[in-house]
Structure formats: C-alpha cells, structure tokens
Design a protein around this ligand. Sequence first.
Ligand code: ITT
Length: 199
Amino acid sequence: MKLVLATNNQDKIKEMKNLLDDLGVEILTSKDFENFPDIEETGSTLSENAILKAEGIYKFTGLPSLADDSGLEVDALKGAPGVYSSRFAGEDCSYEDNNKKLLLVLEGITKENRTARFRCVIAICFGQGQTQLVAGSVEGFITEEKADFTHGFGYDPVFYFPPLKKTFAEVTLDEKNAVSHRGQALVKAKAVLKEYLST
Ligand code: ITT
C-alpha cells in the first residue's frame, strides 16, 4: 500500500516518517508529485482543516492520504494562536517571527499563567467518504525566553515540557515523538492503518 503525507511542512514529514517507517507501507510526500497542491485551510477547527487537507490530497493523488493539522493553545490568550498557529505573526511569517510575537504578547504574564498545550488532529482519507480522525495533545507552558534551537521546529523552543524539564527544542526527535501531540496521534493513526491493511 502507498500512503501520501498530505503536508508541505518538511518538519512534520520528518516526525511522521520516523514513527510510520515500520508500518510496511510506501510513504510518499510532496516531493514524489509534480504540482503538489497547497490546500487552503479555510476551516475553523483543526479537525476541519485536517479533513480538508487529507481529502484534497486524496483527490489529487487517488491514494490514501494522511494530513496533520496542529497548533498551540495558550490559556492566557484564550486558546490563541490555535488553528492560526502557523500564521500568528502574519501570512508567510517564519517560526522565529511567531515565537517573537508570542513572547512579546506574554510579557509580564507570570509563570503559572503561561500554561499551554499542543494539539494535533490527523485525518486519514482512504477514499471518497472514508475519512477517519485521531488526535493527541500535550500540556506544558511557554518559557520567558527562547531556548537555543537544536531540535524540533515551530514553537518548540518556547514550549517547556515539565516531565522532561526541557523545551521540545532540547529533546531528540525520538524523545519528542514518544510524548508529543503528534506522536500520540500517529500511534492512533498507525492502529487505524493496520486495521485497514488487514481488511
Ligand atoms: P501543512 O498545513 O502543510 O501541514 P503547516 O505548517 O501550515 O503545514 P498547520 O497549519 O497544521 O501546518 O500549522 C501548524 C503550526 O503549528 C506549525 O506551523 C507550527 O508553527 C505549530 N506546530 C505544530 N506542531 C508543532 C510542533 O510539534 N512543534 C512546534 N510547533 C508546532
């Protein structure tokens, strides 16, 4: 079986491939297709956007497609940036821009009020009208300064995960995948894919 990762984000692809590699399916990405579309995220929830991406890429490739829509919810910002996490500092902004804006808007907020979580919804489209959803989330808090970026991507340098006493930018890909929102959702996605393969 072939499975297309319905994302243009190379950082997500790295994390997904790491967990899906032992599934025994051929993983295809945007690089395996010409004119791979960037599906517009017009939904107002992670689930809606994950479905839009998985079904959009299924229509384009005709192959089972797996999409991830994820985001960071900060309690002091009433759940923002949430579904707008990639565009928090504006269209086409960088991870760095987003992190700077986040630290700026949280200036003066005390440590105990900087609680946050990453959420991830994965949609797997096997065919028209055959889409399944799984999800994961991980609790932490936003640091007051950006950690030295060594691993990860996005908001990882400002997301502190108490059980590991480190930000997600300071843990390895394996350590992050073992506990992260995406790692949890991928474990569930693998079960869905195994079930599909067995029928
Ligand atoms: P695709 O839509 O092509 O998959 P994207 O980057 O636009 O790529 P999203 O719309 O799901 O993906 O936005 C997710 C954003 O949330 C992402 O760009 C990061 O800023 C942030 N994010 C998600 N998961 C993260 C993680 O594990 N670590 C750090 N930041 C993360």
